[in-house]
Design a protein around this ligand. Structure first.
Ligand SMILES: NC(=O)c1ccc[n+]([C@@H]2O[C@H](COP(=O)([O-])OP(=O)(O)OC[C@H]3O[C@@H](n4cnc5c(N)ncnc54)[C@H](O)[C@@H]3O)[C@@H](O)[C@H]2O)c1
Length: 357
């Protein structure tokens, strides 16, 4: 196993990456993040060196990267509530700063595994071509293929697309570095990973508006209504974060299969609406706590304007084609959504109460 540079190691995916990789004493990881709050248990490990603070402010960054075999870049602002409210920061983080890492990898001859997003597919053909945006049963409209599907972003004033646009430009920058400067790259497009430690729970671990999983978890812990933006009719597929990390392990173990390719990572078998996700989370909370009262928590409709502010929009349905990951990496995601949510909510309730499990 190679030496790995992990940028954004203290976040949701990064913390699971460390859980999986540091167990192998042959792996060495250099990690960067603002804070180690989610990875405190790993700080003393002999095969892990942590660099706190802003990645881009570190004078020895390039020297450290040059000692690694592969650079995995997770660092980004990736919270939907900021796409339309802090678009300058979002574009800065997801393109202007992230490209500095890609440039350094090209200069140093390092393999870059860059985390992009399924949002590069934008609002999708299903949205533009069918009345309900769901694709009218035609998979060609809602299934996303890495090589063939067009990337369809909304208008500029719809600032929600700042994130998708910055990630798309980063992908194009990396591809151009490959073509013109010989950079070896892998681009990963995550389709909604779920698991413990995603974002923060407002009022407990931070302030602001996290992604949907943490919003619903927080509502359950506080026994408050679960907010459904625009009725919660958007459909998503969900992948266990542990299975995403396994795909990453396979990429690193099989460089000839992974290099210079783009991979969707997701689980098409776990498709549901956001309303379906909220209902399943209520049911799971009732099951793990033995308290049927969770079934009765209301789901309240809230408009996107009210919840996210001006300039928000969304894609109604997107589902990954994952043949590439299945065939080239021999990767098989299998964890069902009920099991993913059980693990996630057990972790949240164990950590934050109010019920002892
Ligand atoms: N989780 C998903 O389902 C999902 C979906 C689509 C895309 N992604 C992409 O995967 C990557 C990781 O996602 P995540 O869910 O782990 O996000 P996250 O926010 O939990 O982790 C990102 C980490 O990067 C760190 N970071 C950002 N800028 C930094 C800087 N300048 N200096 C130091 N640290 C910095 C943050 O502190 C954070 O811990 C992101 O690039 C994201 O766009 C994730």
């Amino acid at each position: 196993m190679p030496n790995i540079a992990l940028l954004g190691c203290g976040g949701f995916i990064g913390s699971h990456f460390l859980d999986a990789f540091l167990a192998d004493p042959d792996v060495r990881v250099e990690g960067w993040d603002w804070t180690p709050a989610k990875i405190m248990g790993h700080l003393g490990r002999p095969n892990f060196r942590f660099h706190p603070g802003n990645i881009y402010g570190q004078a020895d960054l390039e020297e450290r990267l040059s000692g690694c075999d592969v650079v995995v870049s997770l660092a980004a602002i990736c919270n939907p509530s900021q796409y339309n409210t802090k678009a300058l920061d979002v574009i800065d983080s997801n393109f202007i700063q992230a490209r500095l890492i890609a440039d350094a990898c090209a200069r140093l001859g390092k393999w870059l595994i860059q985390f992009s997003t399924s949002e590069v597919y934008g609002q999708t053909l299903a949205h533009w071509a069918t009345a309900d945006g769901q694709g009218n049963g035609d998979p060609a409209l809602y299934e996303m293929d890495e090589e063939e599907t067009p990337l369809l972003l909304g208008p500029v004033a719809s600032q929600r697309w700042s994130y998708a646009c910055a990630k798309q430009l980063l992908e194009r920058w990396i591809y151009a570095l490959h073509k013109e400067k010989g950079l070896d790259f892998t681009i990963v497009r995550p389709f909604n990973f779920l698991g413990p430690r995603m974002d923060f729970l407002p009022g407990r671990e931070g302030e602001g508006l996290p992604r949907v999983l943490a919003c619903f978890t927080s509502a359950l812990l506080d026994r408050k209504p679960l907010p459904l933006v625009d009725g919660g009719s958007a459909r998503r597929t969900f992948l266990a974060v542990e299975e995403a990390v396994e795909a990453l392990r396979l990429m690193i173990a099989k460089p000839a299969m992974a290099r210079n390719r783009i991979f969707n990572l997701g689980n098409p078998a776990n498709e549901t609406t956001i309303r379906g996700l909220a209902e399943l989370m209520r049911r799971t909370a009732a099951e793990i706590t033995g308290d049927p009262g969770y079934h009765d928590l209301p789901l309240t409709d809230v408009s996107a304007l009210e919840f996210y502010g001006e300039g928000y929009a969304d894609s109604d349905r997107r589902m990954p084609r994952i043949d590439k990951a299945l065939n080239l990496l021999d990767w098989r995601p299998s964890m069902g959504l009920p099991e993913i949510l059980r693990r996630t909510l057990e972790d949240a309730f164990r950590t934050h109460g109010p019920v002892r499990l």
